[in-house]
Design a protein around this ligand. Structure first.
Ligand SMILES: C[S@@+](CC[C@H](N)C(=O)[O-])C[C@H]1O[C@@H](n2cnc3c(N)ncnc32)[C@H](O)[C@@H]1O
Length: 259
């Protein structure tokens, strides 16, 4: 088995208390919102990337959709399986790094919410290649014209949060838009060092275009406070609504495009 990534270590240890986070308390309304955006056929197939404890996946399954939940953390997936059993619904589980899976053309929609993998960098992940491969994998998994909804960290808010001394002391890299910090996954456990990537809207439009998706809307996507409102500089997360329009362009090492 390959060594666990920092996020896998973090979420394996955080899993028992994940659903205590206040931002997880609005799932039913969030699924109403998703269904308004995704225009799914009855019983359509939905991929939830970085599904965590599968709060959205289980609610979608309760409403009759065929859901696949993909996550790196076996402990998060184990909670997800318990939740599906308790609700008597079927969800397909895939334990995988989102940079590595492939289900070509299988899904009517995809969601990647609350930084479900996209923006959560492992310690050696490249800040362009890692999100690019996740986007391309999601795009390849979608049927033509299928929709996807993501929420990601807002680069404007991250730039406003940090000062030059944070750059000098290694807490923020403005070239890569990466924040480095340490968090204990639970009270009493040792802190895990983690890296989080933020994005600016023009960059998102370009990354999605390379991945074969057109961005339809960029809205306020802060966890627990989604809304079809214009982005404000301090909005913590951006919501991206996108549509699969083409196959991804081939992307090589260090984000270079191949002919
Ligand atoms: C903040 S949680 C979000 C969970 C869920 N989407 C939600 O809205 O509650 C992020 C999830 O992404 C998963 N994750 C992080 N990096 C990943 C990767 N590279 N591949 C797959 N899953 C990943 C973590 O294990 C965690 O369960």
């Amino acid at each position: 088995m390959p060594e666990k990534t920092t996020w896998e270590r973090f979420f394996d240890a955080h899993a028992p208390i994940y659903e205590d986070n206040v931002f997880t308390k609005n799932t039913v309304n969030e699924v109403d919102y998703l269904l308004d955006e995704l225009h799914l056929p009855p019983g359509g197939a939905v991929l939830d990337v970085g599904c965590g404890t599968c709060r959205h996946a289980v609610e979608l399954a309760k409403r009759g959709y065929a859901v696949t939940g993909l996550d790196l953390s076996s402990e998060m997936l184990s909670r997800a399986a318990d939740a599906a059993r308790a609700e008597k619904v079927h969800v397909e589980w895939v334990r995988s790094n989102a940079t590595q899976f492939t289900f070509p053309g299988r899904y009517d929609a995809a969601v990647c919410l609350c930084e479900g993998a996209f923006g959560l960098l492992g310690d050696s992940d490249d800040p362009i290649d890692q999100p690019m491969s996740i986007l391309c994998n999601i795009s390849r998994s979608l049927k033509p014209q299928a929709k996807a909804v993501f929420t990601v960290l807002n680069g404007a808010a991250m730039l406003r949060k940090y000062q030059n001394n944070d750059v000098v002391e290694g807490r923020f890299d403005p070239l890569a838009m990466v924040e480095s910090s340490e968090h204990p996954p639970q009270v009493g456990l040792p802190a895990v060092p983690v890296r989080e990537r933020a994005f600016v809207p023009t960059e998102l439009i370009l990354l999605f275009r390379i991945a074969g998706m057109s961005v339809l809307n960029l809205w306020g996507g802060t966890a627990g406070n989604w809304g079809r409102r214009s982005l404000d500089l301090d909005e913590i997360e951006i919501m991206i609504v996108a549509c699969k329009t083409a196959e991804p362009l081939a992307v090589g090492v260090a984000g270079q495009l191949r002919a």
